[in-house]
Design a protein around this ligand. Structure first.
Ligand code: TRP
Length: 446
């Protein structure tokens, strides 16, 4: 754990909150949540998602910050400090984030492509888009921008970018949801989103997907919040910040639903289109509706901004791991990551381009999302729970979270939920997903 450079710190509590919120709010809220809800029973999906956030996500979020701030190290260093043998687990998590990031940037690149294409009226649907090399070019640009932000450092890069972009994101999503509420299809959309078809809750897969979405959306289980916590000032209240981040995250997901489904119901298009919802169904909607170019541009801007601030947080995990290990600055570590990131991401980028790159008959990107974004994430969350709630110094953790929070809340969330409920739920979700993969041969989050 060489530490040649002084560890940076967020310049203020607000700066930390902006960065943390920027990490949590991402494609997971605006692209993944609406399509998952759309294809998993609408309102019925909300229940497992919200239960997942409250019961497992929030406790993990709080205690990830606590572990980061207590050990003042990234995920690998923190795990090593908890138990020597766990260092390799931390390393595996950092590697997994790198894989998630590689395809996340590809989807972020698509949003950039649509952001450019929509205002010039060149919008032609997903298959036309991926029949060109545009997706690859957009991936490269997005990845380079992401590396650039991380190279600028925690305060000058990440914090400043999040502070500038988060208000923009909030304004756009509120305007879009407000616009959705003026449309004819709002009644149908509201009942689709909030009147659950309870029979869908009998399907364990809906639960497993809801839980995994809760983790993805908060961005817990992959060391991101440990890393961000390690730059947190002593005085910042962890419990309160976590509640703010989690409620902000849920609000953006719901607002995205309120923005998207009225459009879908008013201008036609199936709500259950799956991952294509944002890239096939919506562009069609935008091209048919009055003022669609403007609304469409706003929407892709929103997606791109959200994606960028999340991607940056994932890259910071890997950079911080290298920096803790070698004593290099995170900026220097990031410089070394640019080419590997481009190389790995290219595999996913090429799977949705004329090269149509596939492994085992599946586009590489889909395979990455299943392996790392769904399974890997649940495994990551499980080992993080074990590390933080079983191996770490429990008293120190509680003290970190306890600052300014009711004692009982800390005890409950940490020691009942974190120690027992979350790991059991995670195991059950993993088993369900594995069984569905074996029995049905399908996973793909749908
Ligand atoms: N939470 C982000 C989103 O909703 C993505 C994200 C950030 C993430 N950090 C993560 C996903 C760590 C998995 C693991 O898009």
């Amino acid at each position: 754990m060489a530490s040649g450079v002084k560890r940076e710190q967020w310049s203020s509590h607000l700066g930390f909150l902006a960065a943390a919120m920027g990490s949590a709010v991402g494609l997971g809220n605006i692209w993944r949540f609406p399509y998952l809800a759309g294809s998993n029973g609408g309102g019925a999906f909300l229940i497992p998602y919200l239960v997942g956030i409250a019961v497992c996500g929030l406790p993990l979020l709080m205690f990830e910050y606590a572990a980061g701030r207590h050990y003042r190290l990234g995920v690998m260093g923190a795990f090593k400090a908890m138990s020597r043998r766990y260092e390799v687990v931390g390393l595996a998590i950092a590697a997994m984030v790198f894989f998630i990031l590689s395809y996340y940037l590809v989807v972020a690149g698509w949003t950039l492509g649509y952001l450019i294409a929509t205002p010039i009226g060149k919008e032609a649907g997903f298959s036309a888009f991926t029949a060109t090399w545009w997706p690859v070019a957009c991936f490269v640009v997005t990845a380079v921008v992401c590396c650039g932000v991380v190279m600028l450092g925690v305060t000058k890069g990440i914090e400043r970018t999040s502070r500038a972009l988060l208000p923009l994101l909030a304004v756009v999503i509120v305007l879009m949801a407000g616009y959705g509420m003026t449309l004819e299809g709002r009644g149908e959309a509201l009942s689709f989103l909030f009147k659950p078809d309870l029979s869908a809750l009998g399907d364990p897969l809906v639960w497993a997907r809801g839980f995994s979405q809760a983790f993805f959306s908060l961005g817990v289980g992959m060391g991101v919040m440990i890393t961000y916590g390690s730059y947190m000032a002593r005085e910042s209240a962890i419990a309160r910040s976590s509640v703010i981040v989690a409620s902000g995250d849920v609000s953006v997901a719901l607002l995205a639903g309120l923005a998207i489904f009225p459009l879908v119901f008013t201008f036609g298009g199936p709500p259950g289109a799956g991952p294509q919802l944002a890239f096939e169904t919506l562009p069609q909607v935008f091209s048919h509706m009055p003022g669609g170019m403007l609304v469409g541009s706003a929407f892709y801007l929103l997606l791109f901004v959200a994606a960028l601030t999340s991607a940056v947080s994932m890259l910071q995990v890997v950079a911080a791991t290298i920096s803790d290990r070698t004593g290099w600055s995170t900026s220097r570590a990031t410089r070394w990551l640019v080419l590997p990131l481009l190389g790995l991401g290219l595999l996913s980028a090429l799977s949705y381009a004329p090269a149509d790159l596939r492994f085992f008959g599946q586009p590489v990107l889909d395979l990455m999302d299943t392996t790392f974004g769904t399974f890997g994430l649940l495994v990551g969350a499980l080992v993080t729970c074990i590390a933080i709630f079983w191996l770490a110094d429990g008293l120190a953790m509680k003290e970190q979270v306890g600052h300014g929070a009711p004692r009982r809340f800390v005890a409950w969330s940490g020691f009942l939920l974190g120690r027992y409920v979350a790991p059991i739920t995670l195991l059950a979700s993993l088993a369900t997903l594995a069984a569905s993969l074996i029995v049905l041969g399908e996973l793909r989050g749908r």
